[in-house]
Design a protein around this ligand. Structure first.
Ligand code: NAD
Length: 428
């Protein structure tokens, strides 16, 4: 528990530092070696690294149609219905994000168009190291399908039996994804970027993952020309702003819901009340013991903070400084605070908007920027699966109208050839 105003600048910076990026150099080297291995040895390296990191010997990399049928049969109707309901919710919110072409005649005879077209091939990374995440399949697969991407490839690390969870396979089927590979970690991202004997490369890769996955996305987007990534979506983060009106049991439950993701998740409470901080701590101690993943949650809590501020204005300042992936506002007038928030991937407003709702089924996307990138990077949306490009078409009259402007500016820049491309037409 920290008292914000009693900390000096360095202590404040340390209080808001992310745990996952403390060993950057070692991580960079490990991931660079994995990428190099995939580049040189392709499929063989995928088999070897899966055996090393996932402790399983795969007989093939690609999931068979038969496995999809079996997974669908094994799942209960209740579970399938839940996946279908979440699918519908996410589809409703993302279908509304569709845009139409923008056509503007900027002057008579000069027509400019902004067009949107689906990215041809995309790779979806579904994390499964510590927990399989079918919800992530929907968060990536639904917009990929709505955007109309030609080829959608899914990769997911295998469990100890060398399999992918039935729920992940079923969610992929709903999204009409048929190319699925049982690989994970940095090696899966490298395969999608570089290609191997079995896996053709994709244009852009999406999805959250642990630090190896996130680092691989970062390195490969710089290494492979034309290969893009969605965003640095690393270990989960939640910051809760709470005042006296908050229910400490709710706040603690929310903090634990993110702490259980992984040991490198980070959860932070910022409050204007020492009592709230103490009561939340008591609730955390009680509730963590009830969790099946309590060991993981406890490790994450070690890197977490309860920060007491002088007032709620300062609490908002701390939140904006941190730029959380998820921000929950549990105060008397949450709407009022909303207008002061400058950086957060997704905001959960009021006592009855638990972060779990956005993780699964409210309809918003749960793939969100971490590491403070919420200050500049947006949460995932339909637009990320498309590329925008512009078109211009000028008539002779349109070019005549613009000629003087272009000629003057080419003079200013000393670019004769640019100028000639205009005058040669007007002289004809
Ligand atoms: P994961 O699928 O991201 O990673 C598992 C893979 O990591 C394994 O297959 C293995 O190949 C690789 N790996 C493990 N140990 C390694 C090592 N020592 N060296 C090299 N590679 C190694 O699954 P995960 O570990 O459960 O992580 C999922 C992460 O995704 C969590 O941190 C969670 O918080 C985060 N997440 C983020 C968002 C978001 O939107 N930001 C959403 C959901 C989940």
């Amino acid at each position: 528990m920290l008292n914000w105003s009693s900390l000096n600048k360095a202590e404040q910076t340390k209080a808001l530092s992310r745990p996952a990026i403390s060993d950057n150099k070692g991580l960079r080297k490990t991931v660079a070696n994995i990428i190099d291995k995939i580049d040189k040895q392709g499929d063989n390296a995928l088999f070897e690294l899966t055996s090393l990191f996932d402790k399983v010997k795969l007989s093939s990399l690609q999931l068979t149609d038969n496995a999809v049928v079996k997974a669908t049969q094994r799942l209960s109707d209740k579970r399938k219905l839940a996946i279908q309901t979440a699918y519908g919710q996410i589809e409703r919110f993302h279908i509304a994000q569709k845009t139409t072409d923008i056509v503007v005649e900027t002057m008579p005879g000069v027509k400019c168009t902004l067009k949107t077209e689906a990215i041809d091939s995309v790779g979806l990374y579904i994390p499964a190291g510590s927990a399989p995440l079918p919800s992530t399949v929907l968060m990536l697969g639904v917009p990929a399908k709505l955007a109309g991407c030609n080829r959608v490839v899914l990769v997911c690390p295998p469990n100890k039996q060398g399999e992918i969870a039935d729920e992940i396979i079923y969610a992929a089927k709903l999204c009409q994804i048929s190319e699925i590979y049982t690989i994970g970690g940095a090696q899966a991202i490298a395969a999608l970027a570089l290609g191997t004997e079995t896996i053709k490369p994709v244009n852009k890769v999406f999805g959250p993952g642990n630090r190896f996955v996130t680092e691989a996305k970062k390195q490969l987007s710089q290494l492979v020309p034309g290969f893009a990534i969605d965003m640095p979506a690393g270990p989960s983060e939640l910051l809760v702003i709470a005042d006296d009106s908050a229910t400490p049991a709710f706040v603690a439950a929310d903090l634990l819901s993110q702490a259980e993701h992984g040991p490198d998740s980070q959860v932070i409470l910022v409050t204007n009340s020492a009592d709230v901080a103490i009561n939340v701590q008591t609730e955390l101690d009680l509730q963590v013991e009830l969790l099946s993943r309590k060991d993981i949650a406890k490790q994450a809590l070690n890197e977490s903070r309860l920060i007491v501020c002088d007032d709620i204005k300062e609490a908002v300042k701390v939140s904006n400084l941190y730029g959380p992936e998820h921000l929950s506002i549990q105060t008397e007038q949450p709407q009022q605070l909303m207008t002061k928030i400058r950086s957060a991937g997704s905001i959960f407003v009021g006592d009855y908007s638990p972060e779990s709702a956005g993780d699964y089924a409210s309809g918003t996307n749960h793939v969100l920027p971490t590491y403070g990138y919420s200050k500049v990077i947006s949460s995932l949306s339909l637009a990320d699966f498309s590329r925008r490009y512009t078109v211009q078409e000028l008539t002779k009259q349109g070019l005549q109208s613009l000629a003087e402007t272009i000629i003057e500016l080419t003079d200013a820049e000393g670019l004769d050839a640019h100028q000639r491309a205009v005058t040669i037409r007007l002289e004809k």
